[in-house]
Design a protein around this ligand. Structure first.
Ligand code: 9W1
Length: 417
């Protein structure tokens, strides 16, 4: 048996979800159609370590259809959807993933995906690359390279490369415009609102909606809340970001002021202690607070507890804190990422472009294997444009192109003639 999953009887339910994702991932399906004919990945063995979701399943099966042998594990013990893992196992993928595994099992699963001596790795968080550089050094000679999905992973790899410790080439998928721009703004924006709605079912219209941090994720939350009719306030520490929020038409103020007027608060900064004791003390009765930033320390829950007389769970992912001052505050998803805990992460349409970058980067490694050095590579600009172009055409959207004359004009103009 070349898999370990929770329950194979879930396979049919998982297959239905995968088909749902396929119908919303036209760029991936275009790539699958094209490369299942030419099979550029024939002879390659790809080990992947990435959230086992319906969208990831579309990536896995596209790699397989392009000719690769694939083995997979989840990159987070809590993000695996067991029905997806079962469906992939049933279709012959070597997959080692189940929801709620412990740390030891997590590393056991990674080790199993390396049993077939991969020629390529595909990561979200660089755990596979780390395993290759520590416990499995002996496998490095066979490796052509790897790809990495996230900021965290890319930062780790850049540090390794700078120290001369990176032993094979890696492409940083994260830094593609068609990845992080869409992922952070539209993916996080919609899924965070989705999480708030599933956990509370409140009307957003007419509410004062406070966004802590006006980065890409904060902006996504702000524009979507505004679209639903909320009055949006943004808080910031960086002057240019505060100015952008202001010129987008949002009110900007200090959290000390916003905490007294907000109905719904979402933190999206990546920094700790965005909402602390003095803010909770000022909040209105019935305030809803949640986090979509990368860590679960943006809301200081110890501070909240210290002001609390009693608490109870009133709905899934919704805890009611009754404070000593008699007011109630509702904390969603225990301060963890509300878009993952209470909703379903980024929509398939967004993952479509992120994963197209993954897929094309895997192809690039094979194509350029003899040129690539042991460095972290960026996505080339034309790959971004190609992916956006396919996405647009699958949406039935046509755009203009420059004439020869216009192109000549542009270069003339830049030359200053
Ligand atoms: N990634 N397919 C939870 C997701 C956990 C998760 C995480 C995504 C996707 C941010 C990737 C309970 C999907 C993933 C569903 C889910 C991520 C962490 C995706 C959003 C990032 C730490 N990070 N992501 N879909 N869990 O949406 O692969 O529901």
């Amino acid at each position: 048996m070349n898999y370990k999953v929770k329950d194979m009887s879930l396979a049919e339910a998982g297959r239905m979800k995968i088909e749902w994702a396929e119908s919303k991932m036209p760029v991936m399906m275009t790539l699958r159609e094209k490369y299942s004919k030419t099979k550029p990945l024939k002879g390659q063995r790809i080990a992947g370590c990435l959230h086992v979701t319906k969208e990831t399943a579309v990536l896995v099966e596209t790699l397989r259809d392009a000719g690769a042998e694939v083995s997979w594990s989840g990159c987070n013990p809590l993000s695996t959807q067991d029905e997806i893992a079962a469906a992939l196992a049933k279709s012959g993928i070597s997959i080692y993933a189940w929801h709620g595994m412990n740390v030891e099992e997590f590393y056991w699963c990674i080790d199993r995906t390396l049993d077939f001596k991969p020629t390529l790795t595909l990561d979200d968080g660089a755990d596979l690359i780390m395993a290759m550089h520590t416990k499995h050094k002996n496998l490095i000679p066979e490796l052509l390279g790897g790809t990495e999905e996230t900021t965290t992973g890319v930062n780790r790899l850049r540090a390794m490369a700078n120290a001369g410790e990176l032993k094979y080439p890696v492409i940083a998928v994260n830094d593609a415009e068609t990845k992080w721009d869409f992922d952070n703004v539209y993916g996080t924006g919609q899924s965070s609102i989705d999480g708030i709605l599933r956990a509370t079912s409140v009307l957003i219209a007419g509410k004062t909606f406070v966004v802590g941090g006006y980065g890409h994720c904060g902006k996504g939350c702000a524009i979507r809340a505004a679209g639903l009719g909320a009055n949006v306030i943004a808080t910031e520490v960086k002057p240019t970001q505060a100015l952008k929020a202001t010129l987008e038409g949002f009110r900007v103020m200090e959290m000390d002021e916003a905490s007294a007027v907000g109905d719904i608060f979402i933190t999206a900064t990546g920094m700790k202690d965005i909402l602390v004791k003095r803010h909770f003390e000022k909040m209105k009765d019935g305030a809803i607070i949640c986090n979509t930033g990368h860590y679960d320390c943006e809301i200081n829950i110890e501070d909240l507890e210290s002001l609390t007389k009693s608490k109870r769970t009133v709905r899934d992912n919704c805890e009611e804190y009754t404070l000593n001052n008699g007011r109630k505050i509702f904390l969603l998803a225990q301060g963890r990422l509300v878009n993952l805990a209470a909703a379903e992460g980024h929509p398939s349409e967004v993952m479509d472009m992120s994963f197209a970058n993954q897929f094309l980067s895997q192809l690039r490694i094979i194509r350029e294997a003899d040129k690539l050095e042991n460095k972290v590579y960026d996505i080339p600009e034309d790959q971004d444009q190609d992916i956006a172009n396919v996405k647009l055409s699958t949406m039935g959207i046509a755009i203009d192109s420059l004439s020869e004359d216009q192109i000549a004009y542009a270069s003339d103009y830049l030359a200053g003639t």
